[in-house]
Design a protein around this ligand. Structure first.
Ligand code: AKG
Ligand code: FE2
Length: 219
């Protein structure tokens, strides 16, 4: 896993919030999804590119709940994802002093983005992202995650066991990348830390209390 601390500049964060707000209010925008057992997720979600359905774990062109099509992923988001992976490659080269091998962290071009908004009571249980194509998972194509707004406690580990999980605080502007061997790591969000977003971000976006998270994947 690679964590790029404060990688997304303030201006880019503002732009991302504005675009997500606009898309989120339109067709295919934010809704509160449920699992197959009827329980609701403790977040609001919007999919870009392809729809991912938490009830079936399947990707589709249309959302089952209301038949809407997911908006496209903005080109500026895709560029930032590609740049972040390149930055991670540079870090791996420097820190590991190894000749870089794509199997450590493959490149990818995202065709799916899941946008989650957690209010201060939001959370997400430990899970693996494993609904992408068999090929994508086999190659270890990374999930690239942007955090914006209030910080969160992000938990991860090799078992679905909260007590054994590692914990890291993800702050506004952080980019977390899990690919290669860590592609199928268990991960989740144990809590949102209230009032932890940068003041300037709140001033410039009027973002509601909570955290915006975008995860990019290649189906
Ligand atoms: O909010 C996060 O940091 C993680 C989101 C996540 O794991 C997911 O959408 O699959
Ligand atoms: Fe996930």
């Amino acid at each position: 896993m690679v964590l790029l601390k404060h990688y997304i500049t303030h201006d880019r964060q503002v732009e991302i919030v504005k675009i997500c707000r606009e898309l989120g209010l339109g067709p295919g925008g934010f809704y509160r999804p449920g699992y197959a057992d009827g329980a609701k997720l403790r977040l609001h979600m919007m999919c870009l590119g392809l729809d991912w359905d938490p009830q079936t774990g399947k990707y589709r062109n249309k959302r089952l709940v209301d038949g809407t099509s997911p908006p496209s992923i903005p080109e500026s988001f895709v560029k930032l994802v590609v740049k972040a992976i390149e930055e991670a490659h540079c870090l791996i080269r420097k820190e590991c002093r190894v000749s870089f091998d794509e199997s450590i962290l493959p490149s990818m071009s995202p065709d799916v983005c899941i946008v989650n908004f957690y209010n201060n009571h939001g959370r997400l249980g430990l899970h693996k992202d494993r609904d992408e194509s068999r090929e994508s998972i086999k190659k270890g194509l990374p999930v690239v995650s942007f955090s914006i707004g209030d910080s969160s406690e992000f938990i991860y580990g090799d078992q679905r066991d909260v007590d054994k999980a590692e914990k890291v605080v993800l702050e506004s502007g952080d980019v977390l990348i899990f690919g290669g061997e860590s592609r199928l790591v268990f991960h989740g969000v144990s809590s949102i830390i209230p009032n932890s977003a940068p003041n300037k971000l709140i001033q410039d976006t009027m973002l509601s209390p909570g955290r915006l998270n975008l995860t990019f994947r290649q189906y």
